[in-house]
Design a protein around this ligand. Structure first.
Ligand code: NAD
Length: 467
């Protein structure tokens, strides 16, 4: 088998599977090595997909609680925790079968086991049971992703100190949960557990939740989390976690504005970022060093070792599923000599699926101003949207940032219902280098949420009709 392979991809997540399919479409013979039972990687099995199922369930629960507002009557509203978790796992199972079918359809050979490079640049695959096999190909693509990071001296024991992986399948809903870090994972789990009645304390070292995102969006999100009963504490740096299995408590120590303090919870969820899965791949023997945990690559995603490529979480931010997929496809095209080029990191959307959702693309206002660009900013508050009002979901804002000189779109941030869908229009506008007029003069259907983009574009240049 090994003589007939052009490319071995190690890792079957959104990055590796996109690369394998695209390479096969381009005529390469591809083998995909996957250590886990199911294809799809963290995103499908332990990340994006199951958490979106859980967040949807939280959203339905919130709506049910508001039934009266819509003129509806319900009986007592409760939940069955096992069913809540069970639905999210069923969604994963259904989709995982779909990835395997895609591989078959695209003639990608899936090889089960843990892959690593040998000093002679073969790929040794060690299955859970059975003998190792060796694959030789001209090219190898590393797409092994990442895993939850922790703080120095704190072990994620999966019991009192958990990662997102345990947080999405807890056998019982905790009464109290301390979440360390208010990035993507921290905020999404705060939104989920807050809705289900867990007392959540969300601790963030920076001055706002979702550091780096537009502060106006962070303010709307913080208010919504607080309305769900989440205690949001920013400007607090967690320094350690102590656990006592007998007392079934995690004690989280932090340095806050008033000095050192601590907070206790039934469990502590570590959500302080992601560490690349660069260990155990045999990189050192090939003279390949991860630099601050990142595998270095050139514009074609080739590492300093000829024929060895890397994409996704392994190569550093933005460590997002859709970035990995785009990188995987771009790497495959580069191998086939017809590269689309590296996706511009600024064009990669940032989507948070809390309630309300937060989505951004391109530069924030602060980033544009830091670059010395004179900007025009247009805002459309959802309270002015007929569609949002009709849906009873009018908390939020659409904010567009344009260059004052040419009126070109620089970035967008949306907080509110369907923000993660609405941001795609701004992404396309950025890719097309659209101006405010092109956005404002594109007739949008009424009533829709997307009209808000048209209105915000017009507002930036003083021509809004509806605000
Ligand atoms: P993150 O980098 O998004 O956020 C980590 C947060 O922890 C930051 O806000 C940081 O300031 C804070 N922090 C770090 N050290 C701290 C300390 N000692 N005390 C208090 N706060 C501290 O990482 P994450 O939320 O763990 O997510 C991991 C990865 O998965 C990221 O790359 C993220 O983008 C990705 N992810 C994305 C989505 C999404 O796009 N919807 C969802 C989940 C995860």
């Amino acid at each position: 088998m090994s003589d007939s392979i052009d490319l071995v991809v190690i890792g079957g997540g959104p990055g590796g599977s996109a690369a394998a399919i695209r390479a096969s479409q381009l005529g390469l013979r591809v083998a995909l090595v996957e250590a886990e039972e199911r294809l799809g990687g963290t995103c499908l099995n332990w990340g994006c997909i199951p958490t979106k199922a859980l967040l949807r369930q939280a959203q339905v629960l919130r709506l049910l609680r508001r039934a009266e507002e819509f003129g509806l009557t319900t009986g007592e509203i409760g939940h069955d925790w096992q069913q809540v978790i069970g639905r999210s796992r069923r969604v994963v199972e259904e989709l995982s079968g779909g990835v395997a079918a895609l591989m078959r359809k695209n003639r990608v050979e899936v090889v089960r086991g843990r892959g690593r490079l040998t000093p002679s640049r073969e790929v040794e695959v060690v299955p859970d049971d059975g003998d190792p096999v060796r694959l030789r190909a001209e090219r190898v693509l590393l797409a092994t992703g990442g895993r939850p990071a922790s703080l120095p001296g704190v072990e994620i024991d999966g019991e009192r100190v958990i990662s997102s992986r345990e947080a999405m399948v807890l056998p019982q809903r905790p009464d109290t949960l301390v979440i360390i870090g208010a990035g993507a994972i921290g905020v999404e789990f705060a939104s989920f557990y807050g809705a289900f009645g867990t007392r959540v304390v969300l601790l963030e070292a920076e001055a706002q939740v979702l550091p780096g995102e537009d502060p106006e969006a962070a303010t709307v999100l913080t208010a919504a989390l607080e309305a769900d009963g989440v205690e949001v504490r920013t400007g607090v740096r967690v320094t350690g976690v102590k656990t006592t299995s007998r007392a079934r408590r995690a004690t989280v120590a932090f340095e806050g504005p008033e000095g050192p303090a601590e907070v206790k919870g039934e469990r502590a969820l570590m959500a302080v970022g992601v560490t690349a899965n660069a260990g155990g791949l045999g990189l050192a023997a090939l003279g390949l060093r991860a630099d601050r945990g990142r595998v270095p690559v050139d514009d074609d995603y080739q590492t300093p070792v000829p024929g060895v490529y890397a994409i996704g979480d392994l190569i550093g931010p933005p460590q997002l599923a859709h970035a990995a997929s785009a990188e995987g496809a771009a790497a495959a095209e580069a191998m086939a000599g017809q590269g689309r080029g590296r996706p511009d990191p600024a064009s990669i959307p940032r989507c948070i699926y809390s309630e309300p959702e937060v989505a951004g693309v391109g530069l924030t206002q602060a980033q544009a101003e830091e670059q010395g660009i004179e900007v025009k900013v247009g805002r459309f508050p959802l309270i002015a949207s007929g569609r949002a009002r009709a849906s009873g979901d009018a908390e939020g804002l659409i904010k567009l940032v344009f260059g004052a000189r040419y009126g070109d779109l620089l970035g967008a941030v949306i907080v509110g219902p369907e923000a993660t869908e609405l941001i795609a229009e701004a992404g396309l506008a950025l890719a097309m280098e659209a101006t405010w007029e092109e956005l404002a003069h594109t007739v949008h259907a009424h009533p829709t949420l997307s009209e808000g983009l048209m209105e915000a574009a017009a507002a930036a240049f003083g021509q809004s009709i509806n605000i």
